[in-house]
Ligand binder design. Sequence first.
Ligand code: NOJ
Length: 499
Amino acid sequence: MKTPIVILLLAYFCKGQQLSFDSNFRFGVATASYQVEGAWNIDGKGESIWDHLTHTQSSYIVDGSNGDIACDAYHKTAEDVQRLVDLGVDFYRFSISWPRIFPSGHRNYINQAGIDYYNGLIDELLAHNITPMVTMYHWDLPQSLQEIGGWPNPLLVNYFVDYADVLFSSFGDRVKEWITFNEPVQVCSDAYSTGGLAPAYTQDGIGGYLCSYTLLMAHARTYELYNNNYRDTQNGRVGITLSASWGYPASNSDEDVEAAENFLQFKVGWFAHPIFSSTGDFPTVMKERIAQLSQEEGFPRSRLPSFTDEEVALLKGSSDFFGLNHYTTNECSVLPEEDAIRPSQQADHGALCVQPPGTEVGGSDWLYVVPEGIRNLLNWIRTEYDNPEVMITENGFSDRDGDLNDCRRINYFNEYLQNVLEAIEDGCNVTTYTAWSFMDNFEWMKGYSEKFGLYYVDFNDDDRPRTPKMSAYVFKNIIQTRVIDTTYTPDGFEVCAAE
Ligand code: NOJ
C-alpha cells in the first residue's frame, strides 16, 4: 500500500528541515596586527600604546608578556596564507598597524617598508583568491598620539583621516572591504574609562564619552573621504565593527526590563544609533540619563559631548554594513543605588548585568556560552535599525589549555552558527561570518593565557609553529558542506562526548 502524501509531508516536517548556508554566504577568519604580527620595532615601525604599556607597565598583563614577537606573522605571510587556503575561507580579516605606516603617528613621514609588508600580504591573499578585509584601527594607536591625549582629543579626527587617506590610496585598488574601527566601546570605555585596555586610563564616566565623540567623527569623516575621493574609482565598501553582547532582563519587572534595554542602548546603541538609526545622534535615553546624572553630580554640562546638526547628518548612514563582534550574553537587573559609583558608565546606564544562571564559562571570565543570544541580538538589530546588512566580523570561544581536541570550541561554533541560520530564517540580513581567531595570539591584558585560535601556536618555540586544532577541520567542513553536522569528526581526532 502506498503511504499517503500528507503522512510523508508530515514526517518530513516533524523530522525538521536542516538549515544550510546559501552559496553566497561568506566565511572567514580574523586577527589583529598587535595580536599576531610581532616585529614591534622592525623595518622602521613606530611605538604603539601597546608597545608602550607592555614595556613600561608589564604588570598590567596577567602573564607579564607582550606582543614583541607574538605569532611572528610579520615574517610568515606565505605560510599563513597557505593555511587560509587549507581552511577554505573566502576572506581574511586582518588589521593594519598605524605606527607601521606612520612611525611618528603623523603623515609627515610614510614608512615604505610598512606599506610593502601589507602589499605583500594583500597580493598573496589575492593570488589565492582570498578577499582581504582590512580593519584600519584595531587598538594599536601610535604612542605619540596618546601623548597628546589619545582618543579623547578631538584633533585625532584629522590625524585618523590622514592615515585612512594613505591606506585608501596605497591599497584601495585591491582592498574592497574596509572597517574603520574595531569595537569602539572597548576603544573608549575600556581604554579611557575603566582602564582594562591600553593606555589603561580610569576616568570613568568622562574619558570614554569624550573618546566616543572623536572616534565617531573620525569614522564619519573617513566615510565621507571615501565617498568624495575613492568610491567611484575603487568601488569598495566602508563600514564599522561594533561589539555587542546580548542582554535580557532577569525578571519581567518593569525595572529589570528597562535595565536590560538601557544596557543594550548604552553598549550597542552608543555607536550604532548615530550611524544606523533613522534619527541619528546618541540614543535619547543616553542623552537624558547622562545629562540628569551629570547635573546631580555638580558638572556644569553633560559628561556626554553633543553633536551639531551637521555632524548628526554626516554620521547618519555612514556605514555600508553593520560589522558585528559577538561572543556572549548577560542577564540584567536594575543596579541598586548603593552599588553605583558616581560618576561611572555603569551608574549612567543603571544596569547590573551578570552571568546567566547555569551557563558554561569559556577560558575568559566574561565569556558565557548562550547560543540563542546571537539570534536574539541579530533580531534586535533587525528591528532597531531597519534590517541592515550584518557582517559577523568576530565570534569565537576561548580556552586556557590549548587542547587540540577542542570540543568545547566546536560545540560553541556549531551552536552559534545554528542560531545564525535561524536568525536568517527570521529575516535577518546576515551575509558573512568570521571566526575569531585564525590562530592563538596575544589576548591583550590576558597575554597568552587565553586562547581563541583555530590553530594552536607554540609560544615557547622561537619559530612559533602553528598546528590545526580539531575546530579548524570542523570549520573547514562547515564552509565546504554549508551545514552544521554535529557528528562530524575529522580523521585523527577523538569523537567529542555528547553534551
Ligand atoms: C574582540 C577583539 O576585537 C579581539 O581583539 C579580541 O581578541 C577578542 N574580542 C577576544 O577577546
